[in-house]
Every structure is written in C-alpha cells, then in structure tokens.
Design a protein around this ligand. Structure first.
Ligand code: UD1
Ligand code: CA
Length: 464
C-alpha cells in the first residue's frame, strides 16, 4: 500500500506475559493457523509499508525474538527490550532508541490483536492528517475490561480511561479503545516522557497520551479489534482467521466441502479445482497442486502434492512428495522422505519412510517400506517389509524397474532385487536377486493326510 509520501514506522507491543493464558509460553507465541499470534499484526504493519517495525519484547524475549525473526526473515524488523513490564506506555518508550532519527507517523499495535486488516490501518492513516494522533475505537457489545473513550461535549476525543480507573458513569460508555494508534513521532515520545503511574495498576498507560494531544477516533468492527487474553478468545480469533483464509481459498477456485471444519495453515498454496473434504488439515510448508482430491480426515504436514493426485481419507503425510495423478490411502502413513512418483499407488496400512516409489509402481496393502529405492512399474505385494535396521545402522533396499515382490516378503537390507525379477510369497530375501530370476526361500510344502482326525483336539472330534 502507498501512503502518499507519509513515512510510517510501527511499534508492536509483545512484552507482556499474558497471565490469563495460564501458560508456560509467552502469550504472543501461541499458535493460530500455524503461526504465532504476533505474526498477524506484524504482517498487517508490513503490508502498510511500515519501516522499520519495532517489536517490543520482554517476557521470554529470546524465544519471541527467535520465532518472529524466523517468520519475518528479510523484513525490516527490529527488536527492543522492555526488561520489566511497567505498562503499555513504558513499552512504547522502550522502542524510542530503535526509532532514533525517525520522523513521521508511528503506528502502534498490540501483538494480541491479531485480526486487524491492513485496510483498517489505512483508514487510520487517512484520518490522522495534521492531528497528533488517530486511534481505533469500537462499539463493544460487552465493554468489560477495555479502556473507555471519553468524549467532550463537542464530540472530540478527550481521554481514555481504563476500566479499573473509571467512574461508574464512565463504565457505562460502550465505545472502547482497540489499542491501535497512529501518532506523530515527535508528539508521541514527548507525551510518553510526561507519563505518570498513579493509577489503579501502577503502570505507565499508553492510553494517557490521548489527553495530551488532538486525537481522532476511527470506528472499527468489534470482531476485527478483538484482543486475545485467554484461551477461549484464542480459539475464537483463530476460527476467524481460518474463516478468512477459507473464504479466500474458495474465491481462488478451491472446493471446501465444509469450510467450518477445514484447517489450512496461513501461507499454504492450494491449486484450483482441488477438493478438500471435511476435517482436512494442511500444515507447515505444504503445497497442493491443481485438481487434487484430499479425502476426509487427511493430515498433511510439510508435504508437496502434485496436480491430479488423490489422497484418500484418513491418511497422514509428513515431509512427503506426491507426484502427478498418484493415489495414496485410505489410511496410509507417509513419513519424511517419502516420494510417491507419478501414477504410483500407495494403499491402506502402508507406511513409507525415506523411500522412492517409482512411476506407476504399487504398494497397496499392509506394507513397510523404509530406506528403499523402488523403480518404475514394480508391484509390492501385501505384507512386504523392508528390514532396514540391523540394530545399529539403517540400510538401503533397492528394487529395480518391473520387479514383482510377492506377499509376505521380508527384504533384509542392504539388498537389491534387480530388473524384472520375481520374489515368491513368503520369501526372506538376504541376497541380491539377479535380473529376471525367481527368488524363493520358504521350505517345501508338506500335507499330512488324515492329521485332523488323529491329532486335532477332542472338541473338534466330538462335534462329528
Ligand atoms: C489495553 C489498553 C486498553 C484497551 C485494550 C484493548 C492500556 C493501558 N490499555 O488494555 O485501553 O481497551 O488494550 O485490547 O494500554 N504490553 C507490553 N508491555 C507492558 C504491558 C503490555 O508489551 O508492560 C503488551 C502486551 O504484551 C499486549 C499489549 O501490550 O500485547 C496490551 O497489553 P494488555 O495488558 O493486554 O492491555 P489491556 O489490559 O488489554
Ligand atoms: Ca489485551
């Protein structure tokens, strides 16, 4: 977004502990759609072209810095430390050093207000004009806990009073402070230096700067400025983020059978004409191509799925690559390094780890393939197991193009089944199988005539 020559920097307050979360973890790191809560307001500030964006950290400062640094690698982000949490006003003051020499508007966001849209921030920019500051307000259905906006008889904003400091009259005000401000940098820091802490919480309130300048309040929707202070609000806001995300996917040509129960992490790309059945969960660094079918209950983490592939219900994929028109599941488990090539099939109760299943090859039932390289057009029979671990090391099983592995085969790695070879059912393959050979290891079958009559338990005999 362009702001017609107006320079904007941002301060994001993320130093608080978030006591009401009752958590060992800093509140701003709690996850929503696969990202830490603080990700969302920071992204909104960056989308407004704010630079730099100073994130004020305090509680668990190191983890917050590390996590957000990773989320925004390459973005104009700086961190400022608020060693002791003395209030929101004090927190902004801690960002002053990082903004030394900056002239223009400072956007102030709270890391626990994740649903803000960039368009709404833009309205704040447009509203401030020559005034000292603009702030977001909303008509709260339940104003409890919020700072109230007190207006003068002429309608202009006089001050903000926190719930705990408000008179009974003031508590009746439904217009509340959303904790989002755009202030002139010079005004901001001189007003902050004058703050006292003689209030109910003994804190330096950022809200007290409002009475010190000429302010305008911009109305925002309640849902958009909802703060997250406890786990119920976390769940509610996360549902909102999901709803937006899912609406965008549908707009982009993806079918969601039931968007209310479809979970797609922030930042995941899904191609057109792909169908997501209920309870599909797409997480991490996942990419889904076009015309893909994702069956009910599939969980897909850090995986790539090419065009036209089908993942049937209740499959779990992590760190897997699925080629075009391949078919996986139902009830398949693909672990890191699984690569199912074009048109290959992986069926029910099949587990793959660090294994390539070549083009058009099939492993359809009850099988474990680990550390294996399987060529094209192979058939892996039911109950095949690669014995890849000798108790100390992992070894590779190689199955070349066109090989046929009979059911209930164990392949003791390292071992190779060469091109076009056959392995009979129930074979324990300990040595390489040459091209075109048949390998069998099971003993010869013996049938003992009349055995049941003579040896079977009495119970069976009695029945006769
Ligand atoms: C604040 C506002 C209130 C507003 C509400 C909206 C003040 C005094 N009050 O109250 O008017 O209605 O938000 O959600 O500003 N933080 C720090 N350092 C601190 C204290 C807080 O970084 O010393 C951070 C927190 O991590 C959080 C944000 O500032 O992200 C807001 O703090 P919080 O304690 O949640 O303020 P509220 O009581 O919700
Ligand atoms: Ca809050």
């Amino acid at each position: 977004m362009s702001n017609a020559g107006q320079k904007i920097a941002a301060v994001v307050l993320a130093a608080g502990k978030g006591t009401r979360m009752k958590s060992e973890r800093a509140k701003v790191l709690h996850q929503m759609a696969g990202r830490p809560m603080a990700f969302f307001p920071i992204r909104a500030a960056l989308a407004l072209d704010a630079s730099p964006v100073v994130v004020v950290v305090g509680y668990q400062a190191e983890s917050v810095k590390e996590e957000l640094g990773r989320q925004f690698a390459g973005a104009p982000i700086r961190f400022a430390l608020q060693a002791e949490q003395l209030g929101t006003g004090h927190a902004v003051l801690c960002a002053q050093e990082a903004l030394r020499g900056f002239e223009g508007s400072v956007l102030i966001l709270a890391a626990d207000v994740p649903l803000l849209r960039t368009q709404t921030l833009q309205r704040l920019v447009d509203a401030r004009r020559g005034l000292d500051l603009a702030l977001l307000a909303c008509r709260a259905s339940d104003p409890k806990g919020y700072g109230r906006i007190v207006r003068r008889p002429d309608g202009t904003v006089a001050k903000i009073v926190e719930e705990r400091d408000a008179s009974p009259e003031e508590r009746k005000i439904a217009e509340v402070n959303a904790s989002v401000y755009l202030a002139d940098a010079k005004f901001l820091f001189s007003a902050l230096r004058g703050l006292g802490r003689s209030n109910a919480q003994g804190e330096y309130y950022l809200t007290d700067i409002v009475a010190r300048g000429r302010a305008v309040a911009v109305e925002a929707e309640e849902t958009e400025v909802a703060g997250v202070n406890d786990r119920a609000q976390l769940a509610r806001s996360a549902a909102q983020i999901r709803e937006r995300r899912n609406a965008q996917l549908m707009k982009d040509g993806v079918t969601l059978v039931d968007p209310a129960v479809t979970y797609v992490d922030e930042g995941i790309e899904v191609g057109t004409d792909t169908v997501l059945e209920p309870l599909v969960s797409l997480r991490g660094k996942t990419r889904i191509g076009r015309g893909v079918q994702l069956g009910q209950g599939c969980v897909i983490v850090d995986s790539e799925i090419a065009d036209g592939a089908k993942i049937l219900p209740y499959s779990h994929l992590e760190g897997a690559r699925i080629g075009p028109s391949a078919v996986v599941g139902p009830f398949a488990r693909l672990r890191p390094g699984a690569h199912v090539a074009e048109q290959a099939h992986v069926g029910n109760f099949v587990e793959l780890k660090k294994t390539v299943l070549g083009k058009g090859s099939k492993a359809n039932h009850l099988t474990y393939l680990g550390d294996a390289v399987i060529g094209e057009g192979c058939n892996i029979g039911a109950g095949t197991i690669t014995c890849n671990y000798d108790g100390q090391n992992k070894h590779v099983t190689t199955i070349e193009d066109g090989a046929f592995i009979g059911s209930d085969t164990q392949l003791i790695a390292p071992v190779t089944v060469h091109k076009g070879a056959y392995v009979g059912s129930g074979t324990t393959v300990r040595k390489d199988v040459p091209p075109g050979a048949l390998s069998v290891s099971a003993g010869k079958q013996r049938n003992i005539e009349g055995w049941v009559e003579k040896k079977a338990p009495r119970k069976t005999a009695k029945k006769d």
